[in-house]
Design a protein around this ligand. Structure first.
Ligand code: UD1
Length: 311
């Protein structure tokens, strides 16, 4: 049994992870300001295994006290402004949340010589931008096109650098487009599949930005959680960065078609120009994490069916 700190633990990926950890018999401490996450995502978890702090990770003093006064085996840093488009509207706030708040955590651990088995940071495929090859390896060109991508890359580098300079045990992963149950669909900045899902269930309009030919590697949340736990528990991952994806990307138009088939109805599409800072094609080479034994279990069809069945 281990004790995990999850920032953003009431959010989409964090709450799904908390559920898996609780089922495994672990204990979980969640820090979440509920800006995108919600207590409804975690209120069915066994309260004896879960502690929730409704706090922002930008409260440096709170985070310092939390880390100094408790013992955590693992840190999973998911708390973030999760949207590329949102970061374009709020670059300064994004920087405080996505970068400075995490740097504070790393520095508290360094200064107080806190012993943690491993610190995981959720970086993003957005760091690759439009440069380099379409299928991104971890060594591919970095071409951040948005404040979001800049902060994800900066923080990932800080973490790995703290690992090398100060001996912290670290690992970072570049998430591609994660989808599944508990993804909040209620903001224009939510993940596109949650927005499409909501539009199909409610028969409302979907705003499509660009021509729909942009491609993404959509990865089901349960596959992501298995990958995160593998990276945390494998001692060979220290101070490394890994892509987390399926290795297969698909256009938005194609994913809409699959969704329509699963629901047996048409999506009402309203077309808009492409969003500022948006990446055109995002595809993943996952051979680095595959060498550790990771294999995605959900194809896009299987993932969408599981997502819909879980509602
Ligand atoms: C997503 C994640 C980001 C992650 C990145 C990794 C979200 C909110 N963002 O960014 O955290 O780091 O993948 O690749 O999950 N779109 C529409 N209509 C909408 C919403 C989006 O057409 O209502 C389009 C966007 O313009 C974009 C595509 O769908 O071209 C995907 O958008 P989005 O789900 O926001 O994801 P990313 O920007 O790829």
């Amino acid at each position: 049994m281990a004790n995990y700190l999850i920032t953003g633990g009431a959010g989409f990926i964090g709450s799904n992870l908390a559920q898996v950890l609780v089922e495994n018999g672990d204990t979980v401490v969640i820090v979440d300001d509920l800006s995108m996450g919600s207590l409804a995502n975690i209120n069915k978890l066994n309260p004896e295994q879960v502690t929730v702090y409704q706090k922002s990770i930008t409260d440096h003093d709170f985070m310092r006290k939390l880390l100094v006064n408790n013992h955590f085996d693992y840190l999973v840093l998911l708390g973030a402004v999760a949207s590329v488009a949102d970061s374009v509207v709020r670059p300064i706030e994004t920087h405080a949340i996505n970068c400075e708040a995490n740097l504070n955590v790393f520095d508290v651990i360094r200064k107080h010589q806190i012993n943690i088995k491993k610190i995981f940071f959720a970086s993003s495929a957005a760091v690759y931008g439009n440069g380099g090859p379409t299928t991104k390896q971890e060594t591919s060109l970095i071409d951040p096109l948005s404040p979001y991508a800049i902060d994800k890359f900066t923080t990932e580098r800080y973490l790995l650098n703290y690992g090398k300079l100060y001996g912290l045990n670290t690992v970072a992963a570049r998430f591609f487009n994660v989808y599944g149950p508990k993804q909040n669909p209620n903001s224009p900045y939510s993940g596109v599949l949650s927005i499409i899902n909501k539009a199909l269930t409610e028969d409302s309009e979907f705003a499509l930005f660009g021509d729909g030919e942009q491609t993404r590697d959509f990865v089901y949340v349960q596959d992501v959680i298995r990958a995160v736990l593998l990276l945390l528990h494998n001692s060979n991952t220290n101070n490394n960065v890994y892509n987390i994806a399926t290795g297969k990307s698909i256009s938005l138009n194609k994913v809409i078609e699959i969704f329509e088939n699963v629901y047996g109805k048409h999506l009402k599409i309203v077309r808009h120009s492409a969003r500022k800072g948006d990446v055109k094609d995002s595809g993943a080479d996952i051979s680095k994490i595959q060498k550790l034994g990771f294999q995605p279990e959900y194809s896009i069809q299987e993932g969408l069916s599981a997502y819909i069945a879980a509602q």
